[in-house]
Ligand binder design. Structure first.
Ligand SMILES: Nc1ncnc2c1ncn2[C@@H]1O[C@H](COP(=O)(O)OP(=O)(O)OP(=O)(O)O)[C@@H](O)[C@H]1O
Ligand SMILES: [Mg+2]
Length: 504
């Protein structure tokens, strides 16, 4: 939040005289005003050309959910000009650019315009003194936070429109192959080097993860869905690998007595942990003196340059419900142990239930990620999952946001069916008191159901490693690449979601 007070604005207006040029108004009033509204220089473009017109300022942050339309255009005039004569000009600019809001100013007068269903209406006009007086209102309407929320609302409308339109199209052409909707990416053309394609997708700054300095937001995320077998553990492992490839430091906590995450990453809870005298999640949850670092196992896959830290689980955990119930403050013990953890992301993989360990996970988390399959039972279960997450608020002092619904195993060939499932998900959102806030992650992040993905747990590594798996054909490896791309998109989308929400 940018700080301002009436003297900030007065100081700014002092620099304007009746002789100030248009350029003066731009640099001495508009740019400082944009900064007060919370925008940084990356959020606007000056002298932006659309066709034959040049907009003085086009304001649209890069992290907005949609690249278009812009939220705000600003037209500056020299101080000597009467802005009443230029309403037609900014209206034309707003129509051309599709901008939601317009601001016309000569440094003395500030006239606001709103674009609604093709009509552009002046909303209000302020003198300098009135603007100082009413700045709270002006701020609420034009600040960056409002801008991002407005574009977000448009994005949701956009998504719903496409879903409905897609349903109409797919019904009309039910017997014919769908050409674009829900189709997977083209496989690389013959002779195209997949590794090269892959390499070009890697973010330029992704150096060895261990050397990366911690930056951006840090999150503890429970991958939560009390429906069994929806792909929580598989998604956790591969999403973690994708984040690590993007340079993020990741810790995985297996809090499920099935220990699928532990074994899925090639760690045997008995041979590698217990018989070696090492500690696991059961010690972390019940022994106040056991620290997080006492329980961490580091796994590194050199060939793919991925490193993940894991707190392993053990079947013993299944008999500890009573002990956990009796442990003083057990709900908050994990929270305490995770204080100052130093990772960019901590993922907790709980069992498919709503028992004690799920409560412990959610209490220790700063966000929830909900994987779901696009099929009737898991989609139906979502309603309960979202309700549970909502009810947990009672026990927490702070907010526990649902970062999004991630599709975990979908059938790429059933586009009509997928669309109907997505429609149901939206209906469920509408029933939840916070449904407005919840988002289904976009299609490019959806993970397809693939045989090759289900084989990885047996081999004990993330999907990235299949490139080096001697038992796999070239075709299987190419198929795996499709899923790897999706996990990477999912990772990027998660990072962007967290940045946007400003969670930490
Ligand atoms: N994208 C995928 N394609 C094919 N199979 C998958 C995919 N994702 C997961 N699976 C398989 O589906 C099964 C369930 O997955 P997973 O264990 O990840 O689910 P889960 O929600 O963690 O289950 P649980 O509720 O038991 O913890 C596993 O056999 C896994 O290999
Ligand atoms: Mg699991």
């Amino acid at each position: 939040m940018t700080t301002w007070n009436s003297s900030t604005l007065s100081d700014l207006f002092v620099s304007i005289t009746p002789y100030s040029s248009e350029a003066d108004v731009e640099s001495k009033v508009i740019v400082p005003l944009l900064r007060i509204l919370g925008y940084s220089a990356r959020d606007w473009r000056e002298q932006f050309t659309i066709g034959k017109v040049k907009l003085d300022f086009l304001v649209h942050p890069k992290e907005a959910a949609l690249p278009y339309p812009p939220y705000l255009v600003i037209e500056a005039k020299a101080a000597s000009k009467n802005i009443s004569h230029f309403g037609w000009q900014i209206s034309g600019y707003m129509r051309k650019s599709g901008a939601v809001m317009g601001l016309l100013t000569n440094g003395y007068q500030f006239r606001l315009f709103y674009h609604y269903e093709g009509k552009i209406e002046p909303v209000v006009e302020y003198s300098q003194a009135q603007l100082i007086e009413e700045f709270n209102r002006f701020y609420k309407l034009l600040c960056k936070e409002t801008c991002l929320k407005a574009i977000d609302a448009l994005y949701k409308k956009h998504q719903q429109f496409h879903i409905q339109f897609g349903t109409v199209i797919s019904k009309a052409f039910a017997n014919q192959a769908m050409l674009g909707l829900f189709k997977k990416k083209n496989p690389p053309s013959p002779g195209e080097d997949i590794n090269q394609v892959e390499a070009s997708l890697v973010e330029p700054e992704s150096t060895t993860p261990v050397q990366k300095s911690k930056e951006g937001k840090s999150m503890i995320i429970t991958v939560f869905n009390n429906k069994g077998g929806v792909g929580k553990t598989t998604m956790t492992i591969n999403l973690a690998a994708a984040l690590n490839q993007l340079g993020k430091r990741v810790l995985l906590i297996d809090i499920d007595a099935q220990a699928n995450l532990t074994t899925g990453l090639g760690i045997d809870p008995l041979d590698d942990i217990e018989l070696q005298g090492k500690k696991d999640i059961t010690h972390l949850l019940t022994e106040p003196k056991t620290k997080l670092e006492d329980t961490i196992v580091r796994k590194r896959w050199k060939a793919i340059d991925i490193e993940l830290d894991i707190v392993p689980s053990h079947i013993r955990l299944s008999q500890m419900e009573n002990q956990l119930m009796q442990t003083v403050d057990s709900d908050r013990l994990l929270t305490k142990k995770l204080k100052n953890h130093g990772y960019d992301f901590v993922f907790i993989d709980p069992p498919p239930s709503f028992g004690k360990v799920n409560r412990i996970s959610l209490m220790a988390s700063s966000g929830i990620l909900v994987p779901t399959q696009l099929s009737p039972y898991p989609v139906r279960a979502l309603e309960y999952v979202l309700e549970q997450a909502y009810q947990l608020k009672e026990y927490r002092e702070d907010n526990l946001p649902i970062l999004g619904i991630a599709v975990s195993m979908y059938d790429e060939r059933s586009s009509t069916f997928n669309l109907s499932m997505v429609e149901r998900i939206y209906e469920i959102f509408q029933k939840n008191p916070e449904g407005e806030e919840i988002k289904l992650f976009p299609e490019k992040t959806w993970i397809p159901r693939l045989n090759v993905v289900s084989k990885c747990p047996d081999w004990g590594y993330p999907l990235y490693q299949v490139e080096f798996e001697p038992q796999l054909s070239q075709h299987d490896k190419q198929t795996a690449q499709n899923a790897i791309d999706r996990y990477r998109e999912l990772a990027k989308h998660l990072i962007a979601t967290i940045d946007e929400r400003g969670e930490s």
